[in-house]
Design a protein around this ligand. Structure first.
Ligand code: TYD
Length: 207
């Protein structure tokens, strides 16, 4: 199925929200309908990004908040320019697990960084490439915590208060940009959440 233009759809939410499962289900659904998709993620989609991801998630010495932020941004710059932009030019539907909103939610709201500055840095990193649509999977922090496995990475080990700050940050973002960011109640079962996803994407693509 040839589209007139590419679509850039991002998946966002605090850790344990189930967005990766939903992105995979959506990709399968779109492929059975004949759409050309590219599934990708942050951090770590490019070769450079894989190196950054290793540090971001597993480095075991202290990392300053700013160093952390710049590594996510460096990963994004490489990803946007090398992978996302070409795929959109190819008229693909790009499904991206985390993008600019993650940095605002985690490094901005979670780590209490300067959100105005992060917005500017996101613009520089992406050369202004924004998602057409963002699905925000919103989950209660207690439920999310119980979904996370026993071996947690650096960010997942931050505890429930951090999770709450990130979650509320995302909800604040959705209030500011209701057209682009659609909030999905992710406390429900995988099937229930996916039917919500299909409804939103179906409307976007007229399926
Ligand atoms: P990952 O294992 O990909 O987790 P998830 O399946 O939840 O996406 O780890 C990514 C982690 O990095 C996650 O805890 C969120 C965090 N993160 C930021 O803090 N800032 C960012 O800009 C991005 C993209 C991710």
């Amino acid at each position: 199925m040839e589209l007139e233009k590419g679509y850039f759809i991002t998946f966002e939410g605090a850790d344990g929200c189930g967005k990766t499962t939903q992105a995979e289900l959506l990709e399968k659904w779109l492929n059975t309908k004949g759409y050309n998709t590219l599934m990708t993620l942050e951090p770590g989609a490019t070769d450079l990004g894989k190196n950054l991801r290793q540090i971001l998630l597993h480095y075991d010495k202290p990392v300053s908040d700013e160093a952390e932020m710049f590594m996510y941004l460096a990963d994004r710059a490489q990803h946007a320019q090398m992978i996302i932009k070409p795929a959109l030019e190819d008229k693909k539907i790009v499904l991206c697990d985390r993008y600019t909103d993650s940095t605002v939610a985690y490094q901005g709201y979670g780590r209490e960084g300067n959100i105005e500055q992060i917005n500017i840095l996101n613009k520089i990193a992406t050369k202004g490439l924004k998602s057409n649509l963002t699905l925000l999977f919103d989950v209660e922090s207690e439920i999310a915590q119980s979904r996370l496995g026993k071996t947690k990475d650096r960010l997942e080990s931050q505890g429930i208060d951090f999770h709450k700050k990130v979650r509320n940050g995302y909800l604040e973002l959705a209030k500011q940009e209701p057209e682009r960011i659609k909030v999905i109640n992710a406390n429900k079962t995988i099937e229930e959440v996916f039917s919500e996803v299909k409804k939103i994407i179906g409307e976007l693509l007229n399926i």
